[in-house]
Design a binder for this molecule. Structure first.
Ligand code: WTA
Length: 637
């Protein structure tokens, strides 16, 4: 049986019918989806939920292993089909094509390496790796034996790795010695070694050699990937997991405090990601799908690895960057690999749209059928550029709205089946019940008129995160306390008279910079560590390419004057504590920050100043220090 198309809705009418059924009787709807997978034992109860505690359980009592659904079940029919095509950073290095059977063998083999190194079901394993097939192999190997992977994006700093490792007490770290990014080579192992000075729970480090450079190894702790493979057998039966057993932890930024380790479990996540993958992208069996995200983010987890592999698709992994060797690289790869489905972020589209069109026209792009967008709102101009120049007005654009927390796509067109509309994520997928809330916390009913408010979801869906690792109270606070019995997304949205949603952006202190979610609080904490700095406030402001960039307002101790060294040191502190992605574009030294009488920084005003939108700052008379505002405006950058 070919698993590729068995869940696909085939017409707008079918979508409407499925949507209605999924709302009227969610359990029957999801039962029929879940029935198409391989389970060792069928579930006893489809759904149990209570958003007040909050507790959500899908497919309780069901027994399965997600890797058997991504690999084993395809072997008879798709064993020789390419599962992963890997495209290296250097266009002169050969691509790698890995079939389903080869991937199955590699995953099983490496799963035994994990076992030989003491990893058991439930243990947490941190992965800090470049975009190479071994990252996919390592994550699937964890899932094979029931270990929980916690992937840290390989652009984060050593401090950021250490805090994530410590938060979930990872026992093992898997990394590579170096990574290529464009013309740069980054030594990941050195960054790990720094992190490892403060991570007592790590017992073993497995190092994949991506380059031939000598790699410093710590005896008794560090081992090489290849050496370990030599010692391991190749067959590894899959650990039988409960549907609600943890599959992975993935950290995402919050508006306050440390990053939140979102916990995803096995059964619901598999069912949700596969169903949405099949429907949104509508692939045919010989299609080639390429999502340009990094596997270190949720998009890579759900739509480079688990969704596509469970669906039996061919998925592309790209090691490099869009600008190397030139800004035509994405289009060159599309032609070279005959990519039919191309899924990227608005920030990449904007950066590429700024380049001479020749870089697009040098490539024919005739293989493309469907284009996707994810990670932030796509602006009208970028949408049209993408549609006209890449899709040649011939490829539906699926603008997919979702989050690390939702696990899978929630609101999106279904390619070729439901209508698209520039800048709109359009309609909810089956099983998803979005609502808009007004400022008073009342639901804005879906009447025949447009509405704008805060986006919440009123019914559980299978791939939702179940908790924040080690902090269920915080999970409740952040997502379930704004509106009783509803999941709050943190996003604002607009809805037109026909029920199409357009996401307007974050309404909390999370800023999406180049598609990366960044909480402003941890950036402020990093800046405040500087001994010359009293306090700081970080806000986002619109940026042509990045979507948003960061603007830091900083106050200094008396007697210290602003200077370039300070600016440099602030950026270094942020890089060290979080990563280069979080460095502010602008740093303004101010004599004070606008504050309420209770001492709270009025970030709303600072956001407006940073956005050069000072005509209407609202009522500032209630501020403790209203006089500061004009000073900040006159010196703004
Ligand atoms: C934003 C990425 C508008 C949104 C999958 C959300 C979007 C946050 C879209 C989650 C979209 C994602 N249109 N905004 N199509 N997709 N977002 O956790 O603000 O990295 O809350 O997950 O990205 O980012 P995350």
């Amino acid at each position: 049986m070919n698993f590729q198309k068995n869940l696909q809705l085939k017409s707008f009418a079918e979508y409407k019918k499925a949507y209605q059924e999924s709302i009227k009787d969610p359990e029957t709807f999801w039962d029929s989806v879940a029935d198409t997978f391989y389970w060792h034992k069928k579930w006893d109860k489809t759904l149990e939920w209570d958003f007040s505690t909050p507790e959500v359980k899908w497919f309780q009592g069901g027994k399965l292993n997600i890797t058997e659904n991504c690999l084993d079940r395809h072997l008879d029919t798709l064993g020789n089909k390419t599962a992963i095509i890997w495209e290296p950073n250097d266009p002169d290095e050969e691509s790698r094509h890995i079939t389903y059977r080869q991937l199955f063998v590699k995953v099983s083999h490496f799963a035994n390496v994990l076992k030989n190194n003491g990893i058991k079901k439930g243990d947490r394993v941190c992965l800090y790796m470049p975009m190479i097939p071994e990252l996919a192999i390592a994550m699937l190997a964890c899932a094979r034996i029931g270990a929980v992977h916690s992937i840290v994006f390989a652009g984060f700093s050593s401090t950021a790795i250490a805090s994530r490792i410590n938060d979930s007490n990872c026992k093992m770290l898997i990394t590579a010695n170096e990574v290529y990014r464009g013309t740069k080579k980054v030594n990941l192992k050195t960054i790990c070694d720094e992190a490892l000075q403060n991570t007592p729970s790590i017992e073993t480090v497995i190092v994949y050699r991506r380059t031939v450079e000598p790699t410093p190894m710590t005896a008794g702790r560090d081992v090489f990937w290849f050496d370990e493979l030599q010692k391991a057998t190749k067959e590894c039966p899959a650990e039988v997991m409960d549907a609600e057993d943890m599959l992975f932890i993935l950290y995402t930024s919050g508006s306050t405090g440390k990053p939140k380790g979102m916990v995803h479990t096995t059964g619901g996540y598999m069912v949700g990601t596969t169903f949405t993958f099949q429907n949104v992208f509508q692939m045919d069996p010989d299609d080639i799908y390429w999502c340009t995200a990094d596997i270190g983010w949720i998009t890579g987890h759900s739509y480079i690895i688990y969704g596509p592999l469970a669906a039996g698709a061919t998925t592309v992994m790209f090691e490099g960057v869009p600008s190397y060797p030139d800004y035509g690289r994405f289009w060159e790869i599309c032609d070279k690999l005959n990519v039919t489905h191309f899924y990227t972020a608005p920030t990449a589209i904007r950066a590429l749209a700024k380049q001479p069109l020749e870089l697009v026209h040098q490539h024919n792009l005739t293989s493309l059928k469907v284009l996707g967008s994810v990670g932030e709102p796509i602006n009208e101009e970028a949408w049209h550029w993408y549609n006209d120049n890449i899709g040649k007005s011939n490829c539906p654009i699926v603008d997919t709205w979702w989050q690390t927390e939702t696990g899978g796509i929630m609101i999106s067109p279904i390619a070729g089946i439901t209508p698209t509309r520039p800048t709109f994520a359009t309609l909810p997928l089956p099983g998803v019940q979005p609502i808009l809330m007004d400022e008073k916390g009342n639901e804005l009913e879906l009447k025949a008129e447009k509405a704008e408010g805060r986006l919440a979801i009123k019914f559980p869906w299978p791939s939702m995160a179940r908790t924040i690792y080690g902090n269920h109270e915080r999970y409740k606070d952040v997502y379930f306390s704004a509106y009783p019995n509803k999941y709050f997304t943190g996003d604002g949205a607009y809805r037109d008279a026909t029920g199409n949603y357009r996401i307007t952006g974050r309404v909390d202190d999370v800023v999406i910079v180049s598609g990366h979610n960044l909480g402003t609080a941890p950036i402020e904490n990093a800046i405040n560590e500087h001994e010359a700095i009293v306090e700081s406030a970080v806000v986002g402001f619109p940026h042509d390419i990045k979507g948003n960039a960061l603007y830091a307002y900083v106050t200094l101790y008396n007697g210290i004057s602003p200077n370039d060294t300070l600016t440099k040191e602030i950026k270094e502190l942020v890089s060290k504590s979080i990563g280069a992605i979080a460095k502010p574009d602008k740093i303004q030294f101010v004599s004070g920050l606008p504050k309420t009488r209770s001492g709270k920084i009025m970030r709303r005003i600072l956001r407006k100043i940073a956005s050069k939108d000072v005509s209407n700052l609202g009522d500032t008379s209630t501020l403790l220090n209203p006089e500061i505002i004009n000073k900040i405006i006159s010196n703004s950058l």
